[in-house]
Structures are given as C-alpha cells and as structure tokens.
Design a protein around this ligand. Structure first.
Ligand SMILES: C[S@@+](CC[C@H](N)C(=O)[O-])C[C@H]1O[C@@H](n2cnc3c(N)ncnc32)[C@H](O)[C@@H]1O
Length: 241
C-alpha cells in the first residue's frame, strides 16, 4: 500500500497542508471571481469542489483515481450539487484550451512532472485566468537524500524547493506568478477534523482492519517528524496573460 492508497481508502476530505481551515482562509484572502468556471485538479473526494459549488461556482473536479471520484460523486449527490467529475491526469487535461477562469490544486501537482502539469494548467486557463496551487515544498537546506526519501514515500515525481517552483513557473508562459504564502509544513489533519469535521467522509469499511494502512500512517508521522524543520508548503499563484 502507498500513501495515496491510504488517503483513498480512508476517504480523507482535505488531504493537504493546513487542511480545510487553510482552504477556507485562502478563499477569504483571495476570493474567486463570481460566476467563474473553476477546475479543481486532483480533487480527491471532492470536499473543496462541493464547498465552491454550494457557493454558486460552476465547478469541474478532475482526479486520476476512479475510487476518489466515486466518493466525490457520492458527496455531491448527498448535497444535491451539480458538479462535473472527470477522470484524467493533470499531465494531459481532457479539456479544450482557454476553458477555465480558475484552476485550484491542493497537494496534487507534486505527484506528476511539474513542468508538464504547469503547461497543461496554462493551456486550459482563459486569458487572465488564475492558478492557485498549494503544495508541499523542500526548504533550501533539505539534503537531496531526504528529498528522495520523501518523494518515494508520498509518490511525488520530485519535491521542489520554492526556487524550483519559481523556475518551473518562469519556464511556463504565465504572465505573472508569485508565492502568496509559505509556511513550515503543518498537516494537523486530526486537529482540522475536530475544527472542521468532514460530515461526508466515506471510509472503506475494511480500511481500519488492514495492518498495511496503519504501517503507512505511522511511517507518515515518523517522516514528518524527522523532517519537520526541512519541510514546508507554499501557496503559489500564477496568472495567464
Ligand atoms: C494528497 S491528495 C489531495 C486530494 C485533494 N486535493 C485534497 O486536498 O483532499 C492528491 C490527489 O491527487 C490525485 N492525483 C495524483 N496524481 C494525479 C494526476 N497525475 N492527475 C490527477 N490527479 C492526480 C490523487 O488521486 C489524489 O486524489
């Protein structure tokens, strides 16, 4: 079992640094354009997409994993929300060019070759459209072997530093880009679940009986503790000219 298998089986609703609290703060600080067409890539179980649809946005959620999308579809059905769920990869988005006003990513782009994903985000955004991407980053002093260990555990294609992200953004044709926020890594999923419980979380019935799941969970906590002074996250924003 790998990290993403664990998230899928548990049906974790806000599996990104800062959790749902960070998502809510982001939308307060950086409001999305009213009536805009939003693509949430790597939408997982669809919690953020459903939140936005409830606010009246037109939302499409895309993910590579059909099991994630199955849970997302149950969530939107339970909330009677009209959301288009699409199976696909961020490296080959199944949408026409210039389709979306906003692309949201919450701990997703790291899982694929980042330059390829950025190129696809650029292509499907409309002129003036914005990418908001919250990702785990390596702080500059993280040694290469640690970057490799963490990438291997999470299943990242590669763990970039902030400078690595800025270089990748510069190499894409975005008119402007910046790091809006940066912080030490703080997942605090347990605390987030208490403050913002996910009432539509769907956990596979047998998940907690599988020792492999507990092993991954423990390894996750160990790795985060071991690298806590070297791991961060960034909220990246890029605008298509
Ligand atoms: C860490 S989870 C985050 C899920 C969701 N954004 C959230 O915050 O709960 C990463 C998600 O990215 C998806 N993913 C990984 N690689 C992908 C790819 N190449 N294209 C689309 N989705 C991908 C996974 O299936 C998973 O749902």
């Amino acid at each position: 079992m790998r990290y993403l298998d664990m998230l899928t089986r548990l049906g974790i609703g806000s599996a990104h640094p800062g959790g749902f609290a960070a998502t809510l703060t982001q939308f307060e600080r950086y409001p999305l354009p009213a009536g805009g067409r939003i693509l949430e890539v790597g939408c997982g179980t669809g919690r953020t997409a459903c939140y936005l649809a409830r606010l009246g946005y037109r939302v499409t959620g895309l993910d590579l994993r059909s099991e994630m999308l199955g849970k997302a579809a149950k969530r939107s059905a339970a909330e009677q929300l009209d959301i288009e769920w699409v199976e696909g990869s961020i490296t080959a988005l199944p949408f026409a060019a210039d389709s979306f006003d906003v692309i949201l990513a919450e701990s997703v782009t790291n899982f694929a070759p980042i330059p390829d994903a950025l190129g696809e985000y650029y292509r499907v955004l409309r002129a003036g459209g914005k990418l908001y991407d919250r990702e785990v980053i390596a702080l500059p002093h993280m040694p290469e072997p640690s970057r490799q260990d963490l990438s291997e555990f999470f299943g990242f294609d590669r763990l970039y530093t902030e400078d690595g992200w800025l270089e990748a953004l510069a190499a894409t044709r975005f008119a402007r880009y910046e790091i809006l926020e940066r912080s030490l890594f703080d997942e605090h999923l347990g605390e987030d679940q208490i403050k913002h419980p996910d009432l539509q979380q769907i956990t596979d019935g047998s998940a907690f009986l599988d020792p492999a799941l507990w092993e991954i969970s423990l390894r996750h906590d160990e790795l985060i503790q071991q690298h806590q002074t070297e791991l961060g996250y960034a909220l990246i924003c890029a605008v298509k000219g």
